[in-house]
Design a protein around this ligand. Structure first.
Ligand SMILES: [Zn+2]
Length: 349
């Protein structure tokens, strides 16, 4: 454990948090904690085994039973579910004839899609009630419909300008609100891509954090920068303020990662950010990190090892709690305790 987590580190942490224009990674945790574990699960919506595929809609009888088992096994584990307000995608791969026709292929849906409203959370109150009652689980946003015209079937915000992104985010949050779903103000953009327009729209709408980058291959180091899916060049291990009022946390571990990667991340003082998808097999595609017996058993074993190796020095939290603990709008006591000289010292460093 490095000395920089304690003493002056807390002043640096506070100074960074309070200086909202200061961009870059945030290396400092709460006193006594040297690293963090978070886990998130994508593509959750009310699809049942009678739909094209099950995505949580069968509640405790479907894929969520694996997640409930893991939560039960590890009382310190907390989860973030990325939920899509009105899911419409059926297959993730473009398979329609139009995909070969220039101009047309960018303007039509190249895969079969569900009619609007089919998976709208407002029409699935039992599903919403189930999510609201889950222990140690927060809900955040995963797009609006999770489908896009053109060859990039899932990359929903890619061709939208700032106003278009903001309108979609506003509609998505309106569905959450009207469905009565409890949520935190975070976003995992479908298809990982987070354009500058989407980042601006997040700030317009009051989305406080995003998780766009996934890198489960680059070598682990404190200075590692993402170079795989979504945003590139952001910190692979640490929360990073990518714009005033907008925090980013990368995903850096999944089912195909070896346990040593998790230990390397924790040893480096990073955020071990584990990703899963709720459905293993969808039409035409298998998620390598899909929730199933095998993946949950692997994580069960890994979590036991982490508990044994690191004990209380690791903080188990959610993406939303981690982000809000690093936000200007977090604890009022943070503002009261602010040391102006610490901000000046940090700026000068
Ligand atoms: Zn997705």
């Amino acid at each position: 454990m490095d000395g920089w987590q304690f003493g002056p580190a807390q002043e640096l942490r506070q100074a960074f948090i309070l200086d909202d224009n200061r961009l870059g990674p945030i290396h400092w945790y709460c006193p006594g904690k040297s690293a963090v574990v978070v886990m998130s699960i994508d593509d959750i919506f009310p699809g049942t085994s009678k739909s094209a595929y099950e995505a949580g809609g069968d509640l405790e009888k479907g894929a969520l039973r694996h997640v409930l088992w893991l939560l039960d096994r590890h009382p310190q584990l907390q989860l973030t579910f990325f939920v899509t307000p009105d899911w419409r995608r059926i297959a993730p791969i473009a398979d329609r004839l139009g995909r070969h026709v220039p101009w047309l292929r960018d303007r039509v849906y190249l895969t079969k899609i569900l009619p609007k409203g089919t998976m709208d959370l407002r029409n699935h109150p039992e599903f919403v009630a189930f999510l609201n009652a889950l222990p140690r689980t927060e809900i955040a946003l995963h797009g609006l419909h999770h489908v896009n015209p053109g060859p990039s079937v899932s990359v929903e915000f890619e061709h939208q300008d700032r106003a278009g992104c903001a309108a979609m985010l506003a509609e998505a949050l309106q569905i959450f609100d009207e469905a009565g779903l409890r949520y935190v103000r975070g976003l995992q953009p479908p298809g990982w891509t987070c354009t500058a327009a989407l980042q601006q729209a997040c700030r317009d709408i009051g989305i406080e954090w995003v998780t766009s980058a996934r890198d489960v291959v680059s070598l682990v180091s404190k200075d590692a920068r993402t170079a795989m899916s979504g945003l590139t060049g952001v910190s692979m291990l640490f929360p990073e303020r990518i714009a005033a009022g907008l925090l980013h946390i990368s995903s850096n571990f999944q089912a195909t990662s070896v346990p040593e990667r998790a230990f390397d991340i924790l040893d480096a003082g990073g955020v071990l950010s584990i990703k899963a998808h709720i459905t293993k097999n969808v039409p035409g595609h298998t998620h390598l990190d899909g929730v199933d017996d095998l993946y949950m058993n692997y994580l069960d074993r890994l979590f036991c090892d982490i508990e044994e190796r690191y004990g209380d020095t690791v903080e188990w939290t959610t993406l939303g709690q981690l982000a809000s603990s690093l936000s200007v709008s977090s604890a009022p006591s943070l503002v009261e305790n602010a040391a102006p000289e610490a901000i000046a010292a940090y700026r000068a460093a």
